[in-house]
Design a protein around this ligand. Structure first.
Ligand code: GDP
Ligand code: MG
Length: 439
């Protein structure tokens, strides 16, 4: 999803003004991007329609930065489709709150039962009881017991020979005796939706009257995830969704369509195998993830506040033409120091946020002072034409600025790297930057 979408958006980013035709072309790209990511067709259609209507509004076409506005509209619309705000767990008026975990085999039900009980213990000092109602494989019960031991949470099980509904009945009785405030029921799954399983789950539901029926969905399963969500919801009227395995290389296209197709909120996301790898679902963060944009929105907001648009355009042109020189460098440093620290800002740029090379990238305020001193010791010709800076000129600059020659060389090298990198970024090419970042 994101690669395609980023391409569509970076096409826009390159332009100052956007025409109606641009909007139409971009929307076609966004539509294809979403479809390619297996987002449900109906969802894509509505989504694109909403974005197009908003993007074609006069405010966008007349604004100074239409490309940024369109990016924002796409982002806002993604957020809206996924439900705007985080939705908390339903709670029962009297204990226990009963949470039933359902989903296909391997989706992450058992793991999520463990994670959620840890979450409840950490955040509410809860005393949960786990019920092992997956009786089809002995290993499933053992898996839950291991998790229970690890978290120091009691697990109720009756082996594999008892009917799951009966297990749940007795488990609930035990929870009542021991005054557990939460009961989490781990159920069986199948490789696909299957009538026998649905009947069993419906029977457990009728007995337990769960406050939450959480459908656990593997985010890596693409379009299938939507169908699964639809099937489970129609049969069991689920109350929420947990989207797992977001630590994998999925862009979360499933989040977009599940909410739209079922109308049920995604409540948590699983981001790893460990017990603490469960997070509350935030639609706006997921929108950013789908767009692959880091904190692009924050950056745009900051930039809009602090930048003179016209000047920004001039700089952009210089970057594009590769004529960015030391005078611009000094200007930019002054601008940027109004926005926050350099590394903070760099980390907000898409492609940098998750770039391993960024880990070693720090800009010290002292370095900025040095760098300014170096530039001020250059002649106007040198500032405009960095290629003039041969060794003897560099020695003169070092003496004039009081900055050691090593630092002068380093600074010029970094300048050239940054220039090249900005030019690359301007072309929407975020790859292959690792090699350019080192010293
Ligand atoms: P169940 O069949 O639905 O009960 O699924 P399990 O809880 O047994 O999980 C199946 C596999 O997926 C296990 O190996 C889990 O460790 C793994 N798993 C579950 N959730 C996540 C997640 O959020 N991230 C990753 N990386 N693995 C997960
Ligand atoms: Mg399981």
């Amino acid at each position: 999803l994101s690669e395609r979408l980023q391409k569509a958006l970076s096409g826009l980013r390159r332009k100052g003004k956007v025409s109606e035709q641009d909007v139409r072309d971009t929307m076609r790209e966004i539509r294809l991007a979403l479809l390619e990511a297996d987002v449900n067709f109906g969802v894509v259609k509505d989504f694109v329609k909403n974005v197009r209507e908003k993007a074609l509004g006069a405010e966008v076409l007349d604004s100074l930065t239409p490309a940024q506005q369109i990016i924002k509209i796409v982002n806002d619309e993604l957020t809206k489709t996924m439900g705007e705000a985080a939705v908390p767990l339903n709670k029962s008026a009297h204990i226990p709150t009963v949470i039933m975990m359902v989903g296909l085999q391997g989706a992450g039900k058992t793991t999520t039962v463990g994670k959620l009980s840890k979450y409840l213990m950490d955040n509410e000092k809860a005393r949960p009881l786990l019920i092992a109602a997956d009786v089809y494989r002995p290993a499933a019960i053992d898996q839950l017991k291991v998790i229970g031991d690890q978290l120091n949470v009691p697990v109720f099980d009756m082996g594999t020979d008892t009917d799951p509904v009966e297990i749940v009945r007795q488990g609930l009785a035990q929870a009542a005796l021991q005054k557990n405030d939460y009961v989490l029921i781990d159920t069986a799954g199948r490789l696909q939706i299957d009538e026998q399983l649905m009947t069993e789950l419906a029977n457990i539901k009728d007995l337990a009257h769960p406050d939450e029926i959480l459908l656990v969905v593997d985010s890596m399963t693409g379009q299938a995830a939507t169908d699964v969500a639809k099937g489970f919801n129609e049969r069991l009227d689920i109350t929420g969704v947990v989207l797992t395995k977001l630590d994998g290389d999925t862009r979360g296209g499933a989040a977009l369509s599940i909410r739209a197709v079922t109308g049920k909120p995604i409540k948590f996301v699983g981001q790893g195998e460990k017990m603490d790898a469960l997070d509350v679902f935030y639609p706006d963060r997921m929108a950013n993830r789908i767009l692959g944009m880091g904190d692009m929105m924050t950056l745009i907001d900051k930039a809009q506040k602090n930048y003179d648009e016209k000047q920004a355009q001039e700089v952009a042109d210089k970057i594009k033409e590769n004529t960015f020189d030391f005078n611009d460098f000094i200007d930019q440093m002054d601008q940027v120091s109004n926005m926050g620290s350099m590394d903070e800002i760099m980390k907000m740029i898409p492609g940098f946020a998750n770039n391993p090379a960024m880990k070693n990238f720090h800009v010290d305020p002292k370095d900025i002072a040095h760098q300014k001193a170096i530039v001020y010791s250059m002649t106007p010709q040198e500032r405009e034409n960095p290629d003039l800076l041969n060794p003897s000129r560099r020695r003169r600059i070092s003496a004039g600025s009081g900055v050691p020659i090593v630092k002068v060389n380093q600074m010029i090298k970094q300048f050239n790297q940054a220039k090249k990198m900005m030019n690359q970024m301007y072309k929407g090419n975020f790859s292959g930057m690792e090699g350019m970042m080192g010293n």
